[in-house]
Design a protein around this ligand. Structure first.
Ligand code: NAP
Ligand code: GLV
Length: 312
């Protein structure tokens, strides 16, 4: 069996080693420009389109992340690619849900207990205790209730937060209010103290965090964006922070990455920045998941690909 690794910005040697542990018979090669030779499986992340051009015998493309937006952007710009002919499989959790839970719980507790303010006051030598609400009086909305959104919502619920979720299809989770579809978006945002974004980046979700959305939230509320930079209207976010409608934003993802040195988000006193690390692709877990799917496919099992039209 031939596996082609066509990925940028990842440790290809480590991927080769991890895959070989689970698939010792496989020939695993790293894609180089000009390589149009046959492959059974392509493992893809942010490579040139050429790597996705039709080649004989491919059974599936594995996306080395949860979000498929970068791959779909390449596909839309170049119709007729391999990804339109064979299933595209994304990573499902593979250790990312735990990381998203850690990041989200950290932010929720930080804002609930006002640790961000104590940090600033301590630097000024100011002793100033605050009254803070109980978690049950702090409404946290999680946009997206999939592989990553649901574990985040459940972890916050376990800590006593008043949790609500927003998704395309309704969810039944005891104690968590489910909001579905664009008509329910304003109701979902209304009165929220904190919104954590874990939606996929699709034409329907782009710019979803905008002035109208912020206006429905509680005054002095918080945004945590862990999904994609394209979900946020940057200027609307800056305006909502300046007006006090939002108190802070924690941003892990940006329209342009790395965030350009001149971008106003850098050094903004109400914005916390991390460099797209809220949930990293863990090579050992991910290689194990992909290898198990390849073994299943080789034994005649069906592979469940993403919906190219829906975009996730
Ligand atoms: P997922 O399992 O596909 O879940 C997506 C969720 O979003 C589902 O609940 C889906 O609703 C909902 N959704 C999609 N389109 C919607 C729409 N138009 N309106 C309302 N709800 C909608 O995806 P995931 O694995 O949780 O990952 C989510 C995203 O996180 C990825 O796409 C990626 O962009 C981002 N991510 C970021 C990092 C990072 O390090 N920053 C790491 C990993 C992933 P249904 O349940 O009804 O289908
Ligand atoms: C990372 O951003 C991913 O989509 O896995």
């Amino acid at each position: 069996m031939k596996i082609l690794l066509a990925a940028q910005g990842v440790d290809l040697k480590a991927w080769q080693t991890a895959l070989a542990q689970h698939l010792p018979q496989a020939q695993i090669r790293i894609w180089l420009p000009g390589d149009g030779a046959p492959a059974d499986y392509v493992l893809y992340w942010k490579e040139q389109f050429e790597a996705l051009q039709a080649r004989a015998g491919v059974k599936a493309i594995f996306n080395l992340g949860a979000g498929v937006d970068a791959l779909l952007k390449v596909v839309r710009a170049n119709p007729g690619s391999l990804a339109e002919q064979v299933p595209v499989i994304r990573l499902e959790d593979a250790g990312m849900a735990r990381q998203m839970v850690e990041y989200s719980v950290y932010c929720a507790l930080r804002y609930l207990r006002r640790f961000h303010e104590y940090e600033a006051l301590a630097r000024q030598g100011v002793w100033q205790p605050f009254e803070t609400p109980a978690p049950a009086d702090f409404v946290v909305g999680v946009l997206g209730a999939g592989q990553l959104g649901q574990p985040v919502a459940l972890a916050l619920q376990a800590l006593g937060f008043a949790v609500r979720i927003y998704s395309r299809s309704p969810k039944t989770i005891l104690g968590i209010a489910s909001f579905t579809g664009t008509d329910a978006l304003a109701a979902f945002a209304t009165g929220a103290n904190l919104v954590i974004n874990l939606l996929p980046n699709t034409p329907e979700t782009e710019n979803i965090l905008n002035a109208a959305f912020f206006s429905h939230m509680q005054r002095g509320s918080y945004i945590v964006n862990l999904a994609r930079g394209a979900h946020v209207q940057d200027d609307d976010l800056l305006a909502a922070l300046a007006a006090g409608q939002l108190e802070r934003a924690a941003l892990d993802v940006f329209r342009e990455e790395p965030l350009p040195a001149t971008h106003p988000f850098w050094h903004h006193p109400q914005i916390e920045i991390t460099p797209h690390i809220s949930a990293r692709t863990l090579i050992a877990e991910s290689a194990e998941q992909i290898a198990a799917k390849i073994v299943s496919c080789e034994q005649g099992g069906a592979l469940q690909g993403i919906d190219l039209q829906r975009g996730y």
